[in-house]
Design a protein around this ligand. Structure first.
Ligand SMILES: [Zn+2]
Length: 458
């Protein structure tokens, strides 16, 4: 009898120990669940659903670094990056996007995102935030083929009818169908010139821009798909450029005069003594190289001007005009001196001029040190990679038509040479800000004339 009693007594601490262990385990599990619930959604999503294994050669193949732990900033209209390329690739694989995989987030991509969101029970705002991002890359992402039917959008044009198209229209085509095409491009805001029935570079750019905005392959060729999209009544018109704010005059800028007008630097008005730049940035690292190539290393310019430049070039990309290069921006007085010395030696050597004559001749193309606008850091020599000739390129024409709306001016126009004293330069643009640039365009004034008309004597 005593044995069982002894046994029972000896079991009591063991039972207490087990109860204690179970209690500790319970608390631990409780806290583990709490910790799991407080993980960011993005992390939890990637843990819960493994990244799809890329199948080589499959349309579903996606490449994405699963080791990036922090949620990335949201993608929306205007975003231009490698992540946008990934997004477009994914949307394409899911059947929502048929446009070019170019890393540029405009209407076509936005519409694809909205369609994806609608089909996946998300707010269809066209912005890729954490929720959309997580859903997009999860195995539960509903592809377009399985999306619930959505009501057909109401056509913008009543009784829209698609005219017949006999064949593919492309650069070089002409005739009545080209006139029909051009009229439609004009009414949608893509083409500014008149409908002359000749499919040239302007029509080509307009078609590319239309295709890009409407989520089609931007090849500039008008086949049945592009044609139908143009006349379906659902065609998206050309987006208006992102408006730039007028200059905030509360900031003192060295490149702006006391009366608020752009500072003039030329032969008669050298850079003021002790001139100091405001905030130079290195364009080689500051600029998105998908938008613009920076020809030389350590190319500096004023941040504000570079920001305006990038807004402008993004708009050009949206218009289908790509391939941009910056050949020059900010220059020090010392560097300008070196350019001048080089030019004088070249003229003496090649043309057999005396040093005095060579110096005079050099001044036609090279500004005297201290007299170059490039000292301001607000000017850019804009070119096309791998070509010497800028004049006459589609990039040149685009700038002539559009630079003004982005605060830029063609600084040395052909019809103003007698006033500027500089041989016309198709590639040299200066950022002056709005509204100066649009006034100069509308009243056909070069900077010297503009300052003379509207400035107060300094
Ligand atoms: Zn220049």
């Amino acid at each position: 009898m005593s044995e069982p009693r002894n046994d029972n007594r000896s079991r009591i601490p063991v039972i207490i120990g087990i109860v204690f262990l179970v209690a500790i385990l319970g608390v631990a599990v409780f806290f583990a669940i709490q910790a799991f619930n407080t993980l960011p959604d993005y992390q939890r999503e990637t843990q819960a659903t493994p990244t799809p294994t890329p199948a080589y050669g499959s349309a579903m193949a996606v490449t994405r670094d699963p080791n990036v732990p922090t949620p990335a900033p949201e993608l929306k209209r205007g975003s231009v990056s490698e992540r946008v390329k990934e997004l477009q690739t994914r949307l394409n694989a899911l059947g929502y996007y048929t446009g070019t995989i170019d890393g540029q987030f405009y209407e076509g991509t936005e519409n694809a995102v909205k369609a994806f969101q609608a089909a996946n029970g998300l707010t269809a705002d066209g912005i890729v935030g954490d929720q959309t991002e997580a859903r997009l890359w999860s195995d539960d992402a509903v592809p377009a083929s399985e999306a619930p039917a959505t009501p057909t959008p109401t056509p913008l044009v009543a009784n829209a009818s698609v005219p017949t198209l006999s064949g593919v229209l492309r650069n070089g085509s002409s005739g009545d169908e080209v006139v029909t095409l051009q009229k439609q491009l004009i009414s949608l805001g893509y083409l500014l010139s008149s409908a002359d029935g000749k499919f040239g570079p302007a029509t080509l750019n307009a078609v590319k821009a239309f295709q890009q905005v409407n989520g089609l392959t931007a090849d500039g060729e008008v086949g049945q798909m592009t044609w139908t999209a143009l006349f379906s009544g659902n065609a998206l018109p050309k987006p208006t450029p992102i408006p730039l704010q007028d200059l905030d005059t509360s900031i003192a800028r060295p490149y702006v005069r006391a009366d608020g007008l752009p500072l003039v630097v030329n032969k008669k008005n050298p850079l003021p003594d002790g001139y100091q730049t405001l905030q130079l940035v290195n364009m080689n690292t500051y600029c998105d190289t998908m938008i613009v190539t920076i020809k030389h290393g350590d190319t500096l310019a004023e941040r504000e001007a570079v920001d305006a430049l990038m807004v402008m070039l993004q708009a050009a990309h949206a218009d289908g005009i790509t391939s941009w290069q910056i050949s020059a921006a900010y220059r020090t007085v010392e560097y300008q001196q070196q350019l001048m010395n080089d030019k004088v030696s070249e003229l003496m050597r090649k043309n057999g001029l005396s040093q005095e004559k060579a110096k005079q001749a050099a001044r036609n193309t090279v500004a005297d040190p201290g007299c170059s606008e490039h000292h301001l850091g607000t000017c850019f020599d804009i070119t096309v990679p791998n070509t010497d000739q800028f004049k006459g390129t589609s990039q040149h024409r685009w700038l002539l038509d559009n630079c003004w709306d982005y605060g830029f001016i063609l600084r040395y126009p052909e019809d103003k040479q007698s006033i500027t004293g500089i041989t016309p330069e198709a590639w040299h643009y200066r950022w002056v800000g709005l509204p100066h640039s649009t006034i100069m365009r509308d009243e056909n004034l070069c900077l010297e004339e503009y300052v003379q008309r509207y400035g107060t004597p300094q």
